[in-house]
Write a protein that binds this ligand. Sequence first.
Ligand code: FAD
Length: 381
Amino acid sequence: MGAGPAGLLLGQLLHKEGVDTLILERRSAQYVAGRVRAGVLEPGTVGVLERAGVAGRLRAEGLTHDGVEIGFRGRRHRIALKALTGKSVTVYGQTEVTRDLMEARAAAGAPSFYEVEDVQLHEITGARPRVTYRHAGSTHEVDCDFIAGCDGFHGVSRRSIPAAALSICERVYPFGWLGVLADVPPPWEELIYANSERGFALASLRSPTRVRCYLQCSLEDRVEQWSDGQFWDEFRLRMGEEIGARVQTAPSLEKSFAPLRSFVAEPLRYGRLFLAGDAAHIVPPTGAKGLNLAVSDVHYLYEALCGFYGEASERSLAEYSDRALRRIWRAERFSWWMTRQLHRFPGDEFDARLQQTELEYLFESQTAQANLAENYVGLPL
Ligand SMILES: Cc1cc2nc3c(=O)[nH]c(=O)nc-3n(C[C@H](O)[C@H](O)[C@H](O)COP(=O)(O)OP(=O)(O)OC[C@H]3O[C@@H](n4cnc5c(N)ncnc54)[C@H](O)[C@@H]3O)c2cc1C
């Protein structure tokens, strides 16, 4: 279910093992391919994409980043990811990952149906689950061994599990991110996470000629209220004088608002339905973990399904949820921590002083930096 990165990647990995898959997607292929989202890949994610045989363009065009910067009180502090962990991250947009996966699936001749409607899951707890859906005006039914619920936070898979069988943990933050994509060369070499008195800002990029920038904003803010000019003025102020003076502006190619949320539904298995990616969990984007977690879930689910088909045993399937959740919760913790330290929260002076203390400790302690770096480049799969 779903042709986001999780569904497409699982389909590709299983195709290479000779397992038949069918992908059902609610949106059009054009919409899915054009959706602008994440852009920082952990080395473990790159490894899984390589195993899936879709890392050619990523290797050629992805940008290797050996560090990130954190701005606070007018100064920037570099966290030397490579020096501290031996690992780097790769900047390569989710849009590109999606395109590579869609092209690989088309080349493999594996079936995908876009713009399907009224998707329903049946007999999930039996040995032969079924899916019914409408496509191009007619109703279809598929029976299968397993359903992989990769249909994102608003998908039908998680909602098909009885509420009593799921435990939900959630934290909603009192702000969102306004993001702008624009074709200008970034005047920064590595991502800058800035905690400014005016609120958080992130200077990011997608290529040597394209920037992706974000501002913390109120949940009441609407995209239409922010002209491009207002966005860039505010971004300059939050980035500080040095970067602010070098920021070039251009009309936004895309501008969107995303509320910030932490969310986990567990377990990830109900009968023959397995949840993976945003269908099961959401992280605030501050730790750059959403896409990476979707990929690690898929890696575990792929191994579980290979175990089932290879050894004709249910053992690996039974282990999937716990294996994936261990890593999910660590990424939830890190994403919450990054969000907590880098944004301006409504709250009392005690919280503000704790945040200041936490950041000052980070800038002075190699051990604290190594902790951040280890999580940022991604814990082992
Ligand atoms: C606006 C936004 C910005 C983001 N920015 C960042 C970022 O900067 N950094 C970061 O790390 N992460 C970011 N993320 C998170 C990251 O993009 C996701 O974690 C990632 O897309 C998860 O992949 P997925 O395949 O699990 O889910 P999705 O990408 O959501 O894919 C799920 C797919 O299922 C389809 N679907 C839904 N319902 C149905 C249905 N009933 N039937 C069939 N198909 C269905 C959807 O149309 C979608 O194509 C962002 C997310 C959003 C929403």
